[in-house]
Design a protein around this ligand. Structure first.
Ligand SMILES: Nc1ncnc2c1ncn2[C@@H]1O[C@H](COP(=O)(O)OP(=O)(O)OP(=O)(O)O)[C@@H](O)[C@H]1O
Length: 744
């Protein structure tokens, strides 16, 4: 729109008009906040004086009022904590015509305001409608072809409580005389803005096709597909907020789980739902889905592929049935005057027998009984019942069983596979020797660094399901799941010597006991086994982002948390870092069960300037000819800058690019570099007032920046799991500017 002095005045008048309404809304909220304080104080006083019985209708009334006001009160507090650059509490206005539809008769008109939450005045008249309410749907659904009674849709831009702009879309061919239309359209204004470090909500500019996915029915599985930057993530998050609104009882009490690829991703999206007024959703990255373990490290491609594939389940199944390394392997006792001796083969047969019917960690009693039966077969003298009673009462037998059949932590069982021979033996027929060695090797990285890998987490979860919840041992022993902190890792059968660790670094008391307080805190093994694995929660809705990257084992892990859930699944196969999409699809289908499916396909890229996206699209077409390529809607007239630098000049080249970009964009700048150049570039982190971030290719999944410097794309293709697909991810992260530095 051409901005002249006259249009400037018109816009200012429209802003002032909207400000009046916004002021009324905030005044109403302030009144509600004061009222709730009063009711609260009164309720407390009543509770202390005449609180008798529960049937007092006044009290119920008060409770109802209190509850309603409390919602408003909390909402007003939440509003106060919103970042100022968020669209305000009231962000939309609809001018509707309930008559002929063209707005010609002002008597048929209705003005409806749309906001983050509903607010009514004293007469209970709505001042603002919650964006998720059915009455707000035309704000998102109306188009000139199908205006749905809307004459004008207006987006209000606010900073705090102040209206700073309005952007209109006209839905009828010609505006009625008294309806002013200003602005260039809210969507373009939103897309051109600087991005900042956190994803923002898009309530003010949700597009029609996005709204359909957001408001789709909860039941079953809703799939959202589309190329990079098509709003899949942001739509899915708004869908979570919508589901909470539409069926709060079910989803707030049952829980909503949002799973994304990395901790950087969860940090990036964590503000979206709170800004929509929802803070009951659980956000998890794939590395911290299992309570008690947090992993951010990635395995080598080979190890990750191995650990993600369903073949590994056979190996884990075998490991879960293994005897505990270092535990006694022979039982020698005197019972009722008979010498009993059970050797390893007999004990192995007892173990197989027990595990046929029981989970290992809850079968101490069953193991004792089975030992008794095996002992009786050997003795067969006297009364059977009497022998078994004595056997069961024997302190020696119990002492043996407490070690031989103690509860095992799934993490410790996984670490048994860090031993090459064990990995080869348990991998026989499933893994080649090279693969078994790679598995052992990758777990040795864990034991030396003290950090689990992201792929390990799904294996720990699988083992936890196999081993079962620990049932307390009789007498004073504490169950494993109650142990808050390990006192001694050797109690978990991870033999220090076997893993090449020097036991001397564990502090020892004069009594010869190791204590929690005297240990060397930095011990890697201790870090791996710290805390306890908590039993998996189940959720009523599970939302999986970047679903194309989940390995089959990760699908099983998520599936355990969504046995009864409805699902929203978001992904784009062309951005996948997982090599076997078919095996993943099978595991995914298993997780979903037979629930009905619906899918939405997004075709518009809202993130990247057209010039940047075209550059990326050219690349991916070479590698994935049938990639799902969206249309980018916004051009800047500025092509990505491509440069070639010598190895010795990488740091200088990147520094220069960052300096240039720092002057061109206001917001975030990411230097995306393969491991090879990471150390050389680490110093750039935090430059330009903290706007510069140095990040590895895989961790950029799902994220976006105002500008990016892509370092050594060839090396990214060579080293990232997913190769060119990850380069495609990397090349589609910048909203406004991109520099690509080839290294020769
Ligand atoms: N209707 C909209 N209004 C304003 N911004 C939007 C809209 N839809 C999408 N965007 C913006 O487009 C960008 C890309 O969205 P999002 O990250 O959800 O895409 P994606 O499809 O998940 O991308 P990728 O697959 O590359 O991770 C975000 O900045 C988002 O806020």
């Amino acid at each position: 729109m051409l901005v002249t002095a006259a249009t400037h005045d018109i816009v200012a008048a429209e802003i002032a008009r909207e400000q009046d309404h916004v002021d009324r809304v905030y005044a109403e909220l302030a009144k509600a906040a004061a009222r709730v304080e009063l009711v609260h104080a009164e309720g407390m006083a009543r509770g202390q004086t005449d609180r008798k019985g529960t049937g007092d209708p006044r009290e119920e009334e008060l409770a109802g009022l209190f509850e309603r006001d409390a919602l408003v009160y909390n909402a007003s507090k939440r509003r106060a904590s919103l970042e100022y650059q968020h669209e305000g509490l009231v962000f939309g206005r609809l001018d509707l015509d309930h008559g002929s539809g063209d707005g010609s008769d002002a008597a048929d008109r209705e003005v409806r305001y749309v906001g983050r939450l509903g607010v009514r005045d004293d007469e209970y008249e709505p001042l603002v409608i919650d964006w998720r309410a059915p009455a707000a749907a035309p704000f998102y659904r109306a188009t000139p072809a199908d205006p749905q009674g809307v004459i004008r849709r207006r987006v209000l831009r606010c900073r705090g409580e102040e209206v700073i702009g309005v952007e209109d879309d006209l839905m009828v061919p010609e505006a009625p005389e008294d309806i002013v239309v200003v602005g260039d359209g809210a969507l373009m204004a939103a897309l051109t803005r600087s991005r900042g470090a956190r994803m923002r909500d898009i309530v003010a500019t949700i597009q029609q096709h996005q709204d359909e996915a957001i408001r789709a029915k909860a039941a079953g599985v809703t799939t959202i597909t589309g190329g990079p930057g098509t709003g899949k993530t942001v739509v899915a998050l708004h869908r979570a907020a919508y589901l909470l609104y539409a069926d709060r009882r079910r989803f707030e009490s049952g829980g909503v789980l949002v799973v994304g690829p990395s901790a950087a991703y969860t940090a990036y999206i964590e503000r979206v739902l709170p800004s929509l007024g929802e803070d009951t959703v659980t956000l998890r990255s794939l590395g911290d889905v299992v309570g008690g373990v947090t992993a951010t490290r990635f395995d080598s491609q080979e190890a990750a592929a191995l650990k993600g594939s369903l073949r590994i389940r056979t190996v884990l199944g075998r490991a879960a049935r293994e005897p505990i390394p270092g535990a006694p392997d022979t039982l020698r006792v005197f019972v009722a005057g008979h010498a009993v001796r059970l050797d390893p083969p007999q004990l192995a047969s007892v173990r197989r027998q027990v595990l046929r019917h029981h989970h290992r960690n809850s079968s101490f009693e069953a193991a004792l009984v089975a030992l008794g039966e095996a002992a009786w077969i050997q003795v067969r003298q006297g009364e059977r019942e009497e022998f078994l009673d004595k056997f069961g009462d024997s302190g020696d037998v119990e002492a043996f069983a407490r070690e031989w059949w103690r509860p095992v932590d799934p993490r410790e069982v996984l670490l048994w596979l860090a031993d090459r021979d064990t990995a080869r033996r348990l991998g026989k027929g499933v893994l080649s020797e090279e693969e078994a060695d790679a598995l052992a090797e990758s777990l040795t990285v864990a034991t030396s660094t003290g950090e689990w890998s992201v792929a390990d987490v799904a294996l720990i979860d699988d083992l936890a399901a196999r081993l079962g919840q620990v049932v307390d041992l009789p007498s004073e022993e504490r169950g494993f799941y109650e142990i808050d902190e390990l006192d001694d890792v050797s109690q978990y059968g991870v033999s220090a010597i076997k893993l090449g660790r020097d036991t001397a670094d564990l502090a020892v008391t004069p009594q010869g006991e190791r204590t929690a307080y005297q240990r060397v805190v930095q011990d890697p093994m201790e870090r791996l086994l710290a805390g306890s694995i908590t039993a998996g929660d189940e959720y009523a809705h599970v939302l999986v982002d970047e679903a194309q990257d989940l390995s089959p084992m990760q699908w099983r892990m998520i599936g355990r948390r969504g046995n009864w859930a409805s699902w929203t699944v978001v992904g784009d196969d062309a951005q996948s870092s997982w090599p076997d999409l078919e095996e993943s699809a099978r595991a995914r289908e298993e997780a979903f069960g037979r629930a009905p499916r619906r899918s939405f396909h997004m075709t518009t890229n809202y993130r990247n300037a057209k010039e940047i996206f075209d550059y990326a699209a050219r690349l991916i077409r070479q590698y994935v000819p049938d990639a799902d390529i969206p249309d980018a809607v916004r051009d800047t007239g500025v092509d990505p800058v491509e440069q070639t630098v010598a190895q010795a000049d990488v740091a200088a080249g990147v520094t220069a690019a960052v300096a240039e970009l720092g002057a061109q964009v206001d917001g975030s700048i990411a230097v995306i570099t393969p491991e090879k150049w990471r150390d050389a570039l680490a110093g750039l982190e935090g430059e330009h007032d903290g706007r510069v971030l140095v990040i590895d290719p895989l961790s950029t999944k799902g994220l976006e920046y105002d500008a990016t410097v892509v370092v050594d794309p060839e090396e990214i293709v060579r080293t990232a799991p997913g190769g060119a697909r990850i380069l495609y991810v990397v090349l589609t992260r910048a909203a406004h500017r991109m520099h690509v530095l080839q290294v020769r």
